[in-house]
Design a binder for this molecule. Structure first.
Ligand SMILES: [Zn+2]
Length: 451
C-alpha cells in the first residue's frame, strides 16, 4: 500500500500468546467485517487487538485497544460494531512512542462508555510488552506499507530516480490491486449467486405461503358467510316463535286474571258463612270432649274403689293366714315337745346323758329337766351357762367366728382389720374387743355397726 508521507497508515494488530498473531490493513479488516474472509481458526473465540495509526516514520500516533468475538463459522460476531476510527479521534493521551503522546482508547479511558466492555487495558509503559510488540511489528512492516515523499521529484530514492520509483510504484500498485480486485470479485460473484438463489427460493416460498393463505381465507370467508346465513334463518325462526309465545302468554295472563277475580269473589262470599260454622263445630267438639272425659273419669274412679275394696279384703285375709300359721306352728311344737318329752324321759330314765358342745362354753351336760329350755333357744341357754346376757353372747359369737374390726369407715364400709380373738364370752367387751386400735380411738357412740 502506498501512502503520501503526510498521511497516516491504519492497521489492526491481533495479539496472540506468542506476540502479534495477525496483522491487517484497515481495508482488510473491513473485508473481514463484511464476512468475505472468515477466519475458521478463530471460530468461537474472542481475540485481543489494537487498531493503530502511524506516520511515515512508522511511529504510532493513535491506538484503540479492543477485543473482537468470532462465531462458529469464524466470522466476526454480528453484534460487534466498534467505531474504531471515531474512537481513535479521542483526546485521551497515552505514552510517547516517539512522536509525542499517542491518542489512546482503552477500557480505563473509553470515550464512549457504551463500548467499554469491548475494550481492554495494555501496559502503559512505552517499553511494556504490547507497545514493544507494536513497535517491532511496524519495524518489520509485514503489512507492506510504503510512504511516498511529496518532496520534489528529483530526489532519488534508494538509487532509483524519482521517475523510476514512481513507475515502479504505479506498476506494483496496479498489480496488487488487480489481484485483490480479482479475488474480491470472485468472492462477490459467488456470494451474489448464493444470495440470488436464496432470494429466489424465498420468493417462491412466500408466493406459495401467500397462495395457501389466500385459499384458506377464501374458504374461511365462505364458511363464515354460510354460518351467518344459517344464524339469520335461525334468528327469524326464533323471532316468529317468540311472537307466538308472547301471544299465548298474553292469553294465559288474561285467563289467570279472570280466574283470580272469580276465586277472590267466591272467597269473599264464603268467608262470612264459614266463620259461623267454625264456631259451632268448635263448641260441639268441646262439649263432646268434656262428656267423654267425664265418663272416663267416672269409670276410673269406680275401678279404683273396687281395687281398694279388694286390697282391704286381701290384707284381712293375710292377717287371718298369719294367725293360722302361728297357731299351727305352736300346735306343732307342743305336739313335738309332748312326744319328745316322753322319748327323752325314757332315755334319761335308762341312764343316757345329753351333752352338747357350744362355743365359749365347751361341753355342757344338759339335765333332762332343762332340756326344753335348751331346745327352745340354745344361744340363750349357753349365755346363761356362761353367765352373760344373750345379746353379749351373740356379739361374742360373731366376733369368735370372724375376729375382724366391725367399725365403719368414712365411706360406710366395714374396716375388717384382723383382731386378737377373745376366746371367752365373759372377757368380751362390745365396742372394744370387736374393733381395731385405730377405730377404738376414733370410735364414737352410734357409729358402731348394729349387731
Ligand atoms: Zn377398725
Amino acid at each position: 500500500m502506498f501512502l503520501h508521507d503526510t498521511d497516516k497508515a491504519q492497521a489492526v494488530l491481533f495479539f496472540g500468546k506468542e506476540g502479534i498473531s495477525k496483522e491487517l490493513l484497515y481495508p482488510e479488516l473491513e473485508a473481514l467485517l463484511e464476512g468475505f474472509v472468515p477466519l475458521e481458526e478463530w471460530s468461537n473465540t474472542t481475540q485481543k487487538a489494537a487498531y493503530i495509526e502511524f506516520n511515515h516514520q512508522f511511529v504510532v500516533t493513535a491506538a484503540v485497544f479492543f477485543s473482537m468475538a468470532f462465531d462458529a463459522k469464524g466470522a466476526v460476531d454480528s453484534g460487534w460494531n466498534l467505531p474504531l476510527l471515531d474512537m481513535a479521534r479521542t483526546t485521551a493521551k497515552g505514552p510517547d512512542l516517539g512522536a509525542g503522546p499517542i491518542r489512546i482508547a482503552c477500557a480505563s479511558q473509553c470515550p464512549i462508555a457504551y463500548f467499554k466492555d469491548w475494550l481492554w487495558d495494555p501496559d502503559m509503559d512505552p517499553e511494556g510488552p504490547q507497545f514493544k510488540q507494536i513497535k517491532r511489528s511496524l519495524k518489520r512492516n509485514r503489512l507492506g506499507v510504503h510512504f511516498r515523499s511529496t518532496r520534489t521529484s528529483d530526489d532519488a530514492v534508494g538509487g532509483f530516480s524519482a521517475q523510476e520509483t514512481q513507475r515502479l510504484e504505479a506498476h506494483l500498485s496496479q498489480h496488487f490491486s488487480k489481484q485483490y480486485e480479482k479475488a474480491l470479485r470472485e468472492q462477490m460473484s459467488q456470494l451474489l449467486e448464493g444470495q440470488r438463489l436464496r432470494i429466489a427460493s424465498m420468493v417462491s416460498d412466500r408466493d406459495q405461503a401467500v397462495q395457501t393463505m389466500r385459499t384458506d381465507f377464501e374458504r374461511r370467508i365462505e364458511e363464515l358467510q354460510k354460518q351467518l346465513e344459517e344464524s339469520e334463518i335461525a334468528r327469524a325462526d326464533l323471532d316468529k316463535r317468540n311472537q307466538e309465545l308472547r301471544l299465548t302468554i298474553d292469553g294465559q295472563v288474561q285467563k289467570i286474571e279472570g280466574l283470580r277475580e272469580y276465586y277472590e269473589h267466591k272467597l269473599r262470599r264464603l268467608q262470612g258463612s264459614d266463620s259461623e260454622t267454625l264456631e259451632t263445630v268448635r263448641a260441639r267438639l268441646e262439649s263432646e270432649m268434656q262428656n267423654r272425659m267425664r265418663s272416663a273419669t267416672g269409670e276410673l274412679n269406680e275401678l279404683l274403689k273396687m281395687k281398694e275394696v279388694e286390697l282391704q279384703y286381701r290384707v284381712e285375709h293375710e292377717e287371718q293366714l298369719q294367725q293360722e300359721i302361728f297357731r299351727l306352728r305352736r300346735e306343732h311344737q307342743e305336739s313335738l315337745v309332748s312326744s319328745g318329752d316322753q322319748f327323752l324321759e325314757n332315755l334319761s330314765r335308762k341312764g343316757v346323758n345329753f351333752v352338747t358342745y357350744q362355743p365359749g362354753a365347751g361341753h355342757i351336760t344338759i339335765p333332762y329337766s332343762e332340756m326344753s329350755l335348751f331346745l327352745e333357744n340354745p344361744p340363750a341357754f349357753t349365755a346363761a351357762y356362761c353367765g352373760v346376757s344373750e345379746k353379749q353372747y351373740l356379739a361374742w359369737l360373731r366376733h369368735y367366728q370372724a375376729p375382724v374390726c366391725n367399725a365403719l369407715d368414712d365411706n360406710g364400709e366395714m374396716c375388717c382389720a384382723n383382731l386378737h380373738r377373745v376366746t371367752s364370752p365373759t372377757d368380751f367387751v362390745v365396742g372394744e374387743s370387736d374393733v381395731c386400735d385405730k377405730h377404738q380411738r376414733t370410735q364414737r357412740p352410734g357409729k358402731l355397726k348394729a349387731i
